[in-house]
Design a protein around this ligand. Structure first.
Ligand code: MF3
Ligand code: CO
Ligand code: CO
Length: 278
């Protein structure tokens, strides 16, 4: 049994019910998500070989503070950083540290700002210096996987349509879809119902309705789909140490499709050319 509730009257905890948001909420999400997107845009200029992931973390924290926003990951369930930085075979939840990025790395930077109580959650891949062709191809496949998932969003479809679109495409490209992490409802809460699986069948999962807001954030591997979490309790890596990539947007369901709240104002959403200014 799936329950849908009017978000403006619902208690701020995840009860399993799916919130339906109104136009005012969509406006709040637009603002939070655009701030996140602007931060991800700004990061494109500073990511280069030698930069410490702790410097990325500091940049994200300062960007939030400068714009009246709080990084949702800071002190979230014991996580102590303002962003996640996931390099090469790290699937997600990489913890910023004092190690430098190296030429040829691919790094996912995942930012969630809370602005006026609304959560804007998005991540992109950043090539560091010049990356190998296989890595570049993985970024292209992963970005296209996300966009095919988004294209499946419309009222009346089920959440499984998103997963099916992603899995069908990624596997046809001889890549694999991570099963252990999923997209999620987002809005007043950081992680809410429903779960958005990045694999599955179109006839599975709850029906999508106008007013739902959630993330789609496929993690795609060049090798096998299996992951393990390191002893720090957060860092998820591919078991076979193959490269992994992820892109994430926050979307809201409209009458005939969806609105992508986290679109880049600078047109920097898709995998770009490696920066040669390092
Ligand atoms: N931003 C991640 C997501 O897309 C969640 C990170 S939670 C953290 O849902 F604690 F690891 F930061
Ligand atoms: Co997310
Ligand atoms: Co995220």
């Amino acid at each position: 049994m799936v329950n849908y509730i009017e978000a403006s009257t619902a208690p701020p905890k995840n009860t399993g019910a799916i919130r339906l948001y109104d136009a005012q909420a969509f406006e709040g999400m637009r603002r939070a998500c655009q701030l996140t997107a602007r931060c991800l845009d700004a990061l494109a200029d500073i990511v280069k070989p030698g930069l410490l992931t702790d410097e990325i973390d500091r940049f994200v924290f300062d960007f939030g503070m400068d714009h009246g926003a709080y990084p949702a990951t800071l002190n979230y369930r014991g996580y102590t950083k303002s962003t996640c930085t996931s390099i090469n075979h790290v699937v997600c939840h990489g913890i910023p540290n004092d190690k430098p990025l190296r030429d040829g790395d691919i790094v996912n930077i995942d930012v969630t700002f809370v602005l006026d109580g609304w959560h804007g959650d998005s991540s992109r891949m950043y090539p560091v210096g010049v990356v190998k062709r296989a890595a570049e191809r993985l970024l292209e496949v992963t970005y296209e996987s996300l966009m095919r998932g988004i294209a499946a969003v419309r009222p009346g479809a089920r959440t499984g349509a998103i997963g099916e679109a992603i899995q069908t495409y990624a596997e046809a490209e001889r890549c694999s879809v991570v099963r252990d992490f999923c997209g999620h409802g987002v809005g007043r809460l950081f992680h809410d119902s429903p779960n958005i699986l990045h694999y599955g069948r179109a006839n599975e999962g709850p029906e999508l309705r106008e007013g739902m807001i959630f993330t789609i954030e496929p993690m795609i591997n060049l090798g096998r789909p299996h992951v393990k979490v390191l002893a720090d309790g957060w860092t998820a890596v591919t078991r076979d140490r193959s490269l992994s990539a992820q892109y994430e947007h926050t979307v809201g369901v409209t009458s005939d499709g969806c609105e992508i709240f986290t679109l880049s104002p600078g047109g920097l959403d898709r995998p770009g050319l490696p920066s040669h200014n390092g």
